[in-house]
Design a binder for this molecule. Structure first.
Ligand SMILES: [Fe+2]
Ligand SMILES: [Fe+2]
Length: 142
């Protein structure tokens, strides 16, 4: 997808090699760009879609971590809770009619957070899953 601000496509170095994680991250970027570029009337609806997707995205990774015995589960889960909490607070403000803080957060904080989270915590989870010979994780390998 063309994106004038260069942040709606998962680059090769951001693919972690676990199919459902990569497709979820791709979807995140699409919803992110829709919220970032939304007009005033549709901003809260787009931010709600990003929030709900992110809640499910994080829950899916936490399920993978818990079921596979990932060693850094609590650190990774805490980071998810922190970011989902921020997103929920900005969504509440946007739904109450105040968009400025939410738009600034989306533009200034989220891209760097997403890149560094992918390259650190999500990549570590993917590497852990790729080492497993359990068929349920082998089938997720790209
Ligand atoms: Fe993720
Ligand atoms: Fe994550």
């Amino acid at each position: 997808m063309a994106d004038p601000q260069g942040f709606a496509v998962l680059t090769d170095d951001q693919c972690v090699g676990i199919a459902e994680m990569d497709s979820t991250h791709d979807e995140f970027l699409v919803l992110y760009a829709q919220a970032r570029d939304a007009d005033k009337a549709s901003f809260a609806t787009c931010l709600k879609a990003l929030h709900d997707h992110t809640r499910d995205h994080f829950a899916f990774e936490e399920k993978l971590m818990n079921e596979s015995g990932f060693p850094a589960t609590s650190e990774h889960t805490s980071e998810h809770q922190r970011v989902l909490g921020e997103l929920a607070r900005f969504l509440e403000r946007a739904q109450a009619g105040s968009q400025i803080m939410a738009r600034a957060w989306l533009q200034q904080q989220v891209p760097e957070w997403f890149r560094s989270h992918l390259l650190s915590m999500d990549s570590a989870l993917a590497a852990h899953l790729k080492k497993s010979e359990d068929p349920q994780y082998v089938r997720l390998r790209v």
